[in-house]
Design a protein around this ligand. Structure first.
Ligand SMILES: Cc1cc2nc3c(=O)[nH]c(=O)nc-3n(C[C@H](O)[C@H](O)[C@H](O)COP(=O)(O)OP(=O)(O)OC[C@H]3O[C@@H](n4cnc5c(N)ncnc54)[C@H](O)[C@@H]3O)c2cc1C
Length: 503
């Protein structure tokens, strides 16, 4: 919180949902902001909508759904009728068959067929007779609850594609928290008994939501509109401007050093500085550098990257789903988006379809280093192998790469984030962190936006709320105290810990 009342101008690093929400909210309080974005073309960050020859596509697929009504209202305030309501259909594809997602016992067993169903039941019975005592890894935990065969079909391949780690190396904690006490007997009981009535909105389980909102032209439309509104208010977002250094002196950040596309460097000054940059990059850009322990903590933060191969196909309809989870072994693609089924305005020609094939990877993987041509060839091979279309129907393609799509939660990240936060709070209190990578939180847009709203209001002096107390559902939780376990990020699997030495 600021204690100086003189000149107020914020410098906002990044024009993703967090950065743009900060600037938009600050403008409501009469405080100017210079928004610096390194991308020369797109605003919206990971929630941008990229374009290729008239086709529009997301980085992933961005559902607009929030338990936070203020965020929902903000979407309506900015886009009005341009926010469409979509029905959700997403299924699992495995060995030529589609399974409902979220999984439904009767549908799953019917689709597997009688022979496989008997095998799954026998394997479940065997798991119950021979459970792994105190399962520590995900594989043993899921096998205990569902049996080996169902584990192989519905858990193993997709989890390994997303996280790039064998399920035998992933900790059981994540599954235990997400799937709670559920096992096959419970699932079958639920399938046969009438559903319990949901009492309030908060009770709806995330994956069960079958409706969501979506801007007519994709999530980028929201952020392009905010960009345009900011320009109308005399504060255009500065594109192609990479923040390279963050200078601080006497306990305050005083300026950031920015490099433009042509390579020229300038200083941008302000009274408050807001960062949605990945925490690791932010800390390494501080000048003078913070102590070695803080730098080491920043360097230890890690990320998972993501790329999407977009294929344009000359066929009116391929499948009715918004997206499909690919559990099929033998292909690398993890999920396939069908953008036309999100909004028909995402394709320029209704006789065609645009698919986004999602590959989860690390930036030093061979996959990431492949050329666009190689990736389009891979995507083409896989989509044909999956039987979704003919090779001859594919007439165009593009590749979108997203570094640091997912901040990784490993055993040490919370301690290291704590070290960083403590140093920043004590040494540069006019530097405010918000957003997904900006706070190293694996969360959705609504979380990024609410943290940004709080930061803006703190700067304006109208509130004094701690953005770190916003949870994964974009709800503010005052009761989280310093030092308590941080549950504000979505749950994510981590590696099995080393065995505790026996005393
Ligand atoms: C595959 C996938 C699917 C998703 N699906 C959904 C969904 O269905 N619904 C949903 O609500 N959310 C979804 N999300 C999450 C959503 O994309 C993020 O929560 C949101 O984009 C985070 O916004 P942000 O502003 O915090 O960060 P970002 O979007 O990462 O924006 C940060 C911005 O900072 C800029 N920047 C970085 N470094 C610099 C620098 N040095 N100088 C200047 N600028 C810089 C970047 O270019 C970027 O524009 C999904 C994310 C992924 C990866």
């Amino acid at each position: 919180m600021n204690n100086h009342n003189s000149f107020r101008h914020a410098v906002v690093m990044g024009a993703g949902p967090a950065g743009l929400t900060t600037a938009y909210e600050l403008s409501k309080h009469g405080i100017g902001a210079t928004v610096l974005e390194k991308d020369p073309e797109y605003v919206g960050g990971i929630a941008r909508t990229a374009q290729h020859n008239g086709y529009r596509f997301d980085i992933g697929g961005h559902r607009f759904f929030s338990k936070n009504l203020e965020v929902e209202d903000l979407w309506t305030e900015i886009l009005g009728d341009e926010m469409l309501t979509c029905n959700r259909l997403s299924r699992i594809y495995y060995r030529g068959k589609y399974f409902d997602y979220p999984l439904k016992a009767t549908n799953a067993l019917l689709s597997l067929g009688p022979v496989e169903t008997v095998r799954c039941m026998a394997s479940y019975a065997w798991a119950k007779l021979t459970p792994v005592r105190e399962p520590r890894n995900l594989e043993d935990w899921v096998r205990n609850q569902f049996g080996e065969r169902l584990f192989q079909i519905f858990f193993k391949t997709y989890t390994e594609k997303v996280w790039g780690i064998s399920t035998s190396e992933l900790s059981a904690d994540w599954a235990a928290q997400r799937i709670k006490g559920l096992d096959l007997t419970q699932v079958l009981k639920n399938a046969l008994l009438p559903p319990r009535e949901l009492k309030e909105r908060g009770e709806v389980i995330k994956t069960l939501i079958d409706e969501f909102r979506y801007p007519r032209f994709g999530p980028g439309q929201l952020w392009e509109t905010v960009r345009d509104l900011m320009a109308e208010r005399g504060q255009p977002v500065q594109m192609g401007q990479t923040v390279e250094r963050i200078r601080h002196e006497n306990g305050r950040v005083v300026s950031v050093e920015v490099r433009d596309q042509a390579g020229s460097v300038r200083q941008v000054r302000g009274s408050d500085f807001v960062s949605s940059l990945p925490v690791r990059e932010l800390v390494l850009k501080l000048d003078p550098a913070p102590p070695r322990a803080v730098l080491a903590a920043a360097r230890s933060l890690s990320y998972r990257d993501f790329l999407s191969v977009v294929l344009m196909i000359r066929r009116r309809e391929l499948f009715p789903d918004n997206w499909i989870y690919i559990h099929e072994p033998g292909v690398q693609v993890g999920r396939i988006q069908n953008f036309k089924n999100w909004s028909r305005w995402m394709v320029p020609d209704e006789e065609t379809t645009c698919l986004g094939l999602e590959y989860f990877c690390f930036e030093d993987d061979q996959l990431w280093k492949s050329t666009d041509e190689e990736l389009i060839a891979l995507g083409t091979r896989e989509v044909v192998q999956l039987g979704m279309c003919e090779r001859a129907e594919i007439f165009d393609g593009a590749v979108v790469r997203q570094r640091k799509a997912y901040p990784v939660y490993d055993d040490v990240y919370l301690d290291h984030l704590g070290t960083i936060r403590q140093w920043l709070d004590a040494n540069v209190p006019n530097l405010h962190l918000c957003g997904r990578n900006g706070m190293h939180k694996y969360n959705n847009q609504d979380h990024s936006m609410l943290t940004a709203l709080l930061v803006a209001r703190n700067i304006a002096g109208v509130t004094k709320l701690d953005p770190w107390k916003v949870n994964a559902d974009a709800e503010y939780h005052e009761e989280v105290r310093d030092g308590e376990q941080d549950l504000s990020g979505r749950q994510m699997p981590s590696r099995v810990r080393e065995e505790e030495p026996v005393a």
